[in-house]
Design a protein around this ligand. Structure first.
Ligand code: NBP
Length: 473
């Protein structure tokens, strides 16, 4: 008997993905560079389904039915290239390699092009949901050729999360599109987490609530429009007490956030594409600031406002509104980046479908995504989610509270970079005139960079060093 699909790389993610496939009745070949992992998987979980263990790459490839479907779940970067180099010579035209790791989409584009030369389909698939998702149903974002999706889609959809019976897996687009969308998903995740962190911080230090009280606030929010996995786990973390000290868990954790790089990639890519994603950038920078221990130590005694608190009992409601409005901005910026990437690389990504496959399995799963799906259904080419009827109404209703929360944070000296930048983005989009006109004047003054006029076509330059007449250039 041959395996329908194979998984190589059996650390937490690969092992759980292989088990998920086996549990769904798909005979799965399993392989790992260090064979002990393969053995351990079959010994521990062999009863869950049909596993075909292989010690060598040759035996692994030979155990797959054709066209071969080979999923690799190894460390991103050089290990991914090493595994491709090992397997590609053993494959035949029509076979498929799926990279389920967190590869940079540019690497995926390079690998896809190289393997296409040999007739092998290379599918960069974003997989979100961590190890639990891999086992019980992740959100899967496969790129690569449409032809490869015909052969892989049914299997991947089968093991993905489902929401209302709809799989959280859809073909994203050619070559690196899947990894691109996974990258932006992670960027949005950074932004979402930062906004939640700021909400907590304001409730704690502006409204003087305890972590346990704030956990209750989040639990309440999780019954409404903010209902999501991240809000749910926030309540869990805030309600947790450290066993060793009896203190709130959140107070014994060092306040220096780490990162693995996908948030940074989202921002770097946005800069290359010229897409403003301030909310995501501030979230990445907020983690960066937190980690600069020496800088923070040196700055601790800088002057701030007198310590004060907010007595208003409706403050938590105001924070909920600020959070919802800022979250809409975060997603609007992320989807703008997806559309810009899609246009740049000719991927033709269906934004509504991306919102659909993020509804389950992944870290940013949320009720809210149904609204985004509906917004793209109503207008697939909308330049921004903010102008969707539902979202513009929601932000219109929230904006007073949103402004108050940002002002309160500024007045009390509590950093709220995510809320602030989201509001500034919103007001920038709304502005009838931006001071960019002045910027253009300065650029023309010092560098003769020229400007365009509101009343005539063409490029112009003012002779700033001479008689200040205007010349057309
Ligand atoms: P790791 O990222 O820790 O990678 C370990 C695996 O890579 C092992 O199977 C290891 O084999 C293999 N490997 C390495 Br390292 N170098 C290799 C080489 N040169 N040749 C062959 N195999 C090599 O595993 P993970 O945490 O399961 O994640 C797998 C992928 O999934 C990563 O790209 C990760 O970014 C992505 N991802 C992870 C999560 C998560 O929650 N952990 C979520 C979503 C995506 P060995 O056993 O012989 O050392």
């Amino acid at each position: 008997e041959k395996a329908r699909i194979g998984v190589t790389g059996l650390a937490v993610m690969g092992r759980n993905l292989a088990r998920n496939l086996a549990r769904h009745g798909h005979p799965v070949a399993v392989h790992n560079r260090t064979p002990a992992r393969t053995k351990a998987l079959v010994e521990e979980f062999g009863h869950e389904g049909a596993f075909l263990p292989a010690e060598t790459a040759e035996a692994f490839v030979a155990s797959l039915e054709r066209p071969r479907r080979l999923v690799m779940m190894v460390k991103a970067g050089a290990p991914t290239d090493a595994v491709i180099d090992e397997f590609a010579p053993l494959l035949e035209p029509g076979d498929m390699i799926v990279d389920g790791g967190n590869a940079h989409f540019a690497d995926t584009r390079r690998r896809e092009a190289a393997l296409r030369e040999r007739g092998v389909h290379f599918v960069g698939a974003g997989i979100s949901g961590g190890e639990e998702g891999a086992l019980h149903g992740p959100s899967i974002m496969p790129g690569g050729s449409a032809e490869s999706y015909d052969a892989l889609g049914p299997l991947l959809e089968d093991i993905s999360a489902k929401v209302g019976g709809i799989p959280c897996c859809a073909h994203v687009g050619p070559d690196g599109a899947g990894h691109f969308v996974k990258m932006v998903h992670n960027g949005i995740e950074y932004s979402d987490m930062q906004l939640i962190a700021e909400s907590y911080d304001l409730l704690r230090y502006a409204a003087d609530l305890t972590p346990a009280e704030i956990a209750e606030v989040f639990r309440t929010w999780n019954t409404g429009r903010l209902e999501s996995y991240l809000i749910e786990i926030t309540a869990e973390v805030l309600a947790h007490t450290d066993a060793a000290t009896g203190r709130p868990f959140v107070d014994v954790v060092l306040d220096q956030a780490e990162q693995k790089g996908t948030g940074r990639w989202t921002v770097q890519t946005a800069l290359d594409l010229g897409v403003p994603v301030g909310g995501i950038a501030e979230a990445v920078f907020a983690r960066s600031v937190s980690g600069h221990a020496a800088l923070r130590d040196a700055s601790r005694n800088l002057p701030g406002p007198p310590r004060a608190r907010v007595a208003d009992p409706t403050f938590a409601d105001a924070v909920e509104k600020a959070l919802y409005a800022s979250k809409i901005v975060a997603y609007a910026q992320g989807f703008h980046e997806i559309q810009a990437g899609s246009a740049e690389y000719g991927w033709d990504i269906d934004s509504g479908a991306m919102a659909t496959i993020w509804r389950g399995g992944c870290i940013i799963r949320a009720r809210f995504l149904d609204r985004i799906r509906a917004a793209y259904e109503a207008d697939p080419h909308t330049p921004t989610l903010l102008t969707d009827d539902h979202f513009s109404e929601a932000v219109g209703d929230a904006q007073g509270a949103w402004r108050d929360v940002v002002a309160t944070a500024a007045r009390l000296g509590i950093p709220a970079p995510g809320f602030s930048t989201a509001l500034a983005y919103y007001d920038s989009l709304r502005a009838v005139r931006l001071p960019a006109a002045l910027t253009q004047g300065q650029r023309d003054f010092f560098g003769a960079h020229t400007y365009r006029r509101v009343d005539r076509e063409g490029s112009f330059h003012t002779l700033w060093g001479g008689d200040r007449t205007e010349v057309e250039s």
